[in-house]
Design a protein around this ligand. Sequence first.
Ligand SMILES: C[S@@+](CC[C@H](N)C(=O)[O-])C[C@H]1O[C@@H](n2cnc3c(N)ncnc32)[C@H](O)[C@@H]1O
Length: 366
Amino acid sequence: MTATVTELDMEVVQGFAFKVFGDITAQQMGPLTTVGDRLGLWQTLAEIGPVTSTELAARAGLHERYAREWLAAMACHGYLKYDAETGRFRLPAEHAFVLSNTDSPLYLRSVFSMSEASWRHIDQLAEAFLHGGGIPQSEFGDRFWCGFERFTGASFKNFLNQDWIPAVPSVDAALRNGGSAADIGCGNGQALLTLARAYPQATLIGYDNYAPAIAAATANARAAGLDDTVRYAVRDVTEGIPGSYDLITLFDVVHDAPHPVQLLTAVARALKPGVHLLHPGVQLFRRRPAQPRASAGDRRLRLLREPELLHDAGAGGGWPGHRDVYGRGAPAGVRDRGRLRESRAPGVCEQPVQHLLHIADLTPSQ
Ligand SMILES: C[S@@+](CC[C@H](N)C(=O)[O-])C[C@H]1O[C@@H](n2cnc3c(N)ncnc32)[C@H](O)[C@@H]1O
């Protein structure tokens, strides 16, 4: 039975209503921020400094009315500052670090453009809730994957060669001396392109079972002049990985793979003995569990939990194999169930959004 108003703590009700209202507003910022992204408005604001709506309209080729409303919405939401005396809007340098600086470790603008796909698939998602199954990866489209590439690319640019690889000195040494690395679920290929810049002697190959990602990665390598250094190939890694490697990386792959145990088993078989796997997000997985309380106040967890429902369930085909790994969280769950064995304690590097697990000697247990 629904509680009557007199039974309710109206302060709590009001606080929660404002929270929901804030979420609605934030959600409405998605399309507006994405329009700004597509039309280069964030870049323009960062370059030209404080503007009136007329100036922005002239510079970006917009209708002035739209420029005015967009600037006002962004100022109301706190993304821009407004100076009532001059009638100018400006993007503070600290906000530019998040919204327009593509080299920043906290560059987040492209994430907005990814939610477009989630809304587009809302009917299919509701069907999946009722009947299982998922939404094919291809239906998320190039814009989603390009947004994802820009998001994770910022992490690779800032952490891969500076922190993650040097955190495991033997891997650093192997790659400097012509060793090999495979990036599994390489997507549009940015991790290996970043690695190739610091380790030109290394043999680098990326595998992904989604052909358009491999086409995009190959084009990216060509555009970067690195197509002699890095190779990409279409491959479903659960069917095995050719060759053996000094380093295997899995960036944002295991949690949405339809068959994570098979995937990790193939990875374990392709690692040279005593060598290394880098796999991010593990601290989050360990704390991911079922209890909502564990994640309620943790924005980093929320950032990963929501995409998991909106995208990963779909691309993962409804997670047919996930119970195998995620019963208690991965890769702890992997160990607990005796499918795979970590033979040494993981070392963890931190970055603003994720943690990174380094596992040495992940081996199949039978
Ligand atoms: C969320 S994306 C991550 C892309 C990239 N690693 C990054 O961080 O930008 C996950 C990728 O894993 C790939 N993937 C999932 N299962 C796979 C499998 N069994 N074999 C190869 N690739 C797989 C998907 O096609 C997708 O491109």
